[in-house]
Design a protein around this ligand. Structure first.
Ligand code: MLT
Ligand code: MN
Length: 354
């Protein structure tokens, strides 16, 4: 399933990433019409879903924040589940994770809908890159059936999970190829037809855990942690080296390796699931800490704000925000603290260009 490219050094190659199946020097015939002109605008990044699993408000949640969102309280905005869309040529898009809300997310993003002059069945979505096999990141694949070609990229572990769950065969691999995102290699993301999208992804394992439904027994006290590729972070850049946007929606711990990797990022989209590690317990909606769920807290000595404070990063944005996280209320002290520390809180529809 691994699609080898023609190799060649990538101008954006950074230390630690090998230029693997990168093929960024497109022959003229491979360039879509308008490619050069559109490329001059850089790489577009659109946050199409900024909430963690369950979304905000979550369907069965009666905690004060979900109630405030339902009531339309000022400064408390609803959010769909975890997904980001990236385009390097202004027409084709690569999704990073396919959330259960993908149908709504496409309905809210005209650039992800079939173009007016496109064939009767078509999509500008050329590929989906998965950062883990959690429900909030893979369930949307099921909504992308209809024998529509695009490519799926994921780690070996996540590909094995898709393989083991036959429901994903609604995406016939002969139409929707599944490709390995080899760790520590820069991979030129291609559509199902093999055409480069201009989006280049380097992936690296981060401390995380296996997907919830893969936990045998589900004991809240048990340790299902993994740092071998069940959860990955990705470095996203355009074919000309623009970008270096890191997307890490799940990460259980900030360690030296991660801090080194993130240095000099133009932008970091980072795990903002919980503000405090025991937040779900104190909110009385669950028994698990953030760490047990594979998510480092924003606050505290071991938290992401402190852990990344002295790492040089252009923009730092929390994403994958759980419905218990007080930063969801823009009028909260926690929201103010996050902003004062130089972080932004992602909202659906937020767009950036690099
Ligand atoms: C997570 O991010 O921890 C998962 O999305 C939780 C879940 O599967 O509900
Ligand atoms: Mn999640």
């Amino acid at each position: 399933m691994h699609v080898p490219g023609s190799g060649g050094m990538h101008p954006a190659s950074c230390e630690g990433f090998a230029a693997g199946n990168t093929d960024t020097k497109l022959p003229a015939a491979d360039k879509p019409v308008g490619w050069a002109a559109e490329r001059a605008f850089g790489m577009r990044v659109k946050i199409i879903g900024s909430a963690a699993g369950g979304g905000f408000p979550q369907w069965n949640c009666n905690y004060r924040l979900s109630r405030a969102a339902r009531a339309g309280m000022p400064g408390v905005h609803s959010r769909t589940q975890s997904s980001v869309a990236v385009s390097a040529d202004g027409t084709g898009w690569v999704l990073f994770n396919a959330s259960p809300d993908i149908r709504q997310q496409i309905a809210q993003a005209p650039e992800l809908q079939p173009a007016a002059d496109a064939p009767l069945r078509s999509t500008p979505i050329r590929a989906v890159v998965l950062t883990n096999a959690d429900v909030d990141h893979v369930a949307g694949l099921l909504s992308l059936r209809e024998r529509q070609p695009f490519a799926i990229y994921a780690s070996a572990q996540v590909l094995a999970t898709l393989e083991a769950n036959s429901i994903f065969n609604v995406l016939d691999p002969s139409i929707v190829p599944r490709r390995l995102l080899a760790p520590m290699e820069e991979v030129a993301i291609r559509g199902a037809d093999g055409h480069p999208t201009g989006v280049v992804v380097g992936s690296f394992p981060v401390p995380g855990k296996v997907a919830l439904y893969l936990e045998q027994g589900g004991d809240p006290g048990a340790d299902f942690s993994s740092d071998t590729g069940d959860t990955i972070g990705v470095r996203i850049s355009g074919a000309d080296g623009r970008g270096a946007v890191f997307y890490v929606p799940g990460c259980a711990r900030i360690d030296a390796a991660l801090r080194m990797r993130l240095a000099d990022a133009a932008c970091l989209l980072f795990d903002g699931t919980v503000y405090t590690d025991d937040e779900m317990i104190t909110a009385r909606v669950g028994q698990k800490t953030g760490a047990r769920m594979g998510h480092t807290a924003m606050s505290g000595e071991a938290g992401s704000i402190a852990g990344l404070a002295d790492v040089k990063i252009g923009r730092r944005i929390f994403i994958h925000i759980n419905n218990t996280n007080p930063v969801l209320d823009e009028n909260s002290a926690e929201h103010a603290a996050v902003k004062a520390a130089g972080w932004e809180v992602a909202a659906d529809g937020m767009e950036m260009e690099f």
